[in-house]
Design a binder for this molecule. Structure first.
Ligand SMILES: [Zn+2]
Length: 446
């Protein structure tokens, strides 16, 4: 019998599978779309042999927080370009946020996306449905129907759901559906500025956003999770006091999980003023920007103070943060740079830069490679109940092979995304994906 899928023999790499605790040099055999063997000195006739000496072989990364911009905003990104960027970043599955046009708030909208995904996607795509109709914050939805149509979670990401009763209702629904409510915590009235409130914003004369704008809503949502027993997932926690709230809530038995973004761990508000040293790793990476304040360092939640980046790193180390996600938020360079800083759209391109930013923390001794793989792959797959996140005989052939130390320069041409909006443009980073397999099929090769 002939198989339609190629056979891969990934030879002699450092095989890391946090789910089983495996961390050893071995060969990995992928056949018919699945991992079939991991052992020393494997052979397989007809296999494509890849020399993985000096490389890491791990379960493909799983990103819980991505903006694919499709449908409706396809000048920024499409399912095709966003998932190509995902594969180039080592991701074999992404969860896409519903702030598209139309909003992913109906069975019909999810079916429309599924059609494009079936045709164009390079990696697995799992939609996150809205919490309220049109993300407008006024009307709840039929959450069971949305799960039936493929939604893996709920979010009004880009905004908080200001109405506490609607938040209570979706958290109540999450109990039976066992799907997380993924909250973007931002008090709109307090968050009218354009960067983190502190010394640097004052120096630059930029209107600013206090950490409390995030922490007030996070505290409310934790209280509602306690009230309902619902599954709360705190998206992109960016402040030290915010993650303290999550730590305490976990200790109290509230069902809350949390994610941190590589940029909030490695960049501070000083990056808006031109700093180009990675926080916590103390790695200078490249040239200062021409324009200050730099719109390429504008993101929501904003890059915070250096003390916040340290508190977030501690929370990643002690397990308070369950996962690392990217909040990949493409905008064209034109959109980012043709207007004054305060008017520039929020967001950073993230899928292809997560591995190098996290590797900087590994090099600095803050994280181990198995922890990096766990937070980028095993833990998010488990949190969202998704295929992937494991590399063991019998698991899906969703695999990333990467060179942990290889240096490369971040340029628009080096990225697969349609929108290279990152303050890392022109910088040199370390950590590069060599090969990405999804279900045993090649989706990226350097
Ligand atoms: Zn958000």
């Amino acid at each position: 019998m002939t198989s339609s899928k190629p056979t891969w023999l990934l030879r002699g790499g450092r095989v890391i599978d946090p789910g089983s605790g495996r961390d050893e040099v071995a060969d990995v055999l992928v056949r018919d779309g699945n991992v079939v063997a991991i052992d020393a000195d494997l052979t397989a006739t007809g296999a494509e042999v890849v020399d993985c000496g000096g490389l890491v072989v791990a379960p493909g990364f799983v990103d819980a927080h991505v903006h694919l911009r499709d449908p409706g905003l396809t000048h920024k990104e499409t399912v095709a370009t966003g998932t190509a960027a995902a594969a180039a970043g080592g991701f074999t599955a992404v969860c896409c946020m519903p702030n598209t046009d139309p909003v992913l708030d109906s069975v019909e909208a999810l079916a429309g996306l599924a059609e494009v995904v079936g045709r164009d996607a390079a990696v697995r795509v799992h939609p996150i449905a809205a919490i309220t109709r049109g993300r407008a914050g006024a009307e709840g939805l039929d959450y069971a129907a949305l799960v039936g149509a493929g939604a893996v979670g709920f979010s009004d990401d880009g905004d908080s759901t200001a109405d506490s009763l609607l938040m209570r209702r979706v958290l109540e629904a999450s109990v039976a559906l066992d799907r997380p409510v993924m909250v973007h915590c931002e008090d709109r009235a307090l968050a009218s500025g354009a960067m983190h409130e502190g010394y640097i914003a004052a120096q630059l004369g930029v209107p600013s956003i206090p950490p409390e704008a995030e922490e007030i809503i996070l505290a409310r949502d934790i209280m509602l999770a306690r009230l309902t027993g619902g599954r709360l997932h705190a998206c992109h926690v960016s402040t030290g006091r915010g993650i303290d709230l999550v730590r305490q809530a976990k200790a109290d038995g509230v069902r809350v999980t949390a994610e941190v973004m590589p940029h909030h761990l490695t960049m501070s508000d000083a990056w808006v003023a031109g700093e180009r040293t990675l926080q916590n790793a103390w790695e200078p990476v490249g040239p200062r920007p021409d324009v200050i304040p730099d719109p390429l360092a504008k993101v929501n939640p904003p890059l915070r103070g250096a003390a916040d980046t340290r508190a977030l790193l501690r929370a990643l180390q002690d397990g308070t943060f369950d996962i690392v996600a990217t909040d990949h938020a493409p905008h064209t360079l034109e959109e980012k740079t043709s207007v004054p800083f305060a008017a520039a759209p929020n967001g950073l391109s993230g899928l292809e830069l997560a591995l190098p930013l996290m590797m900087a923390l590994v090099r600095a001794g803050h994280l181990t490679l198995p922890t990096l793989v766990d937070k980028l792959s095993t833990a998010p797959a488990r949190l969202l109940g998704l295929k992937g996140g494991r590399l063991a005989p019998g698991t899906a052939g969703d695999v990333v092979v990467f060179a942990p130390e290889e240096r490369w320069t971040v340029t628009p041409e080096a990225l697969r995304t349609k929108s290279p909006n990152t303050p890392l443009l022109g910088t040199e980073v370390g950590g590069r994906v060599c090969l990405t397999l999804v279900g045993g099929e090649e989706r990226y090769r350097a």
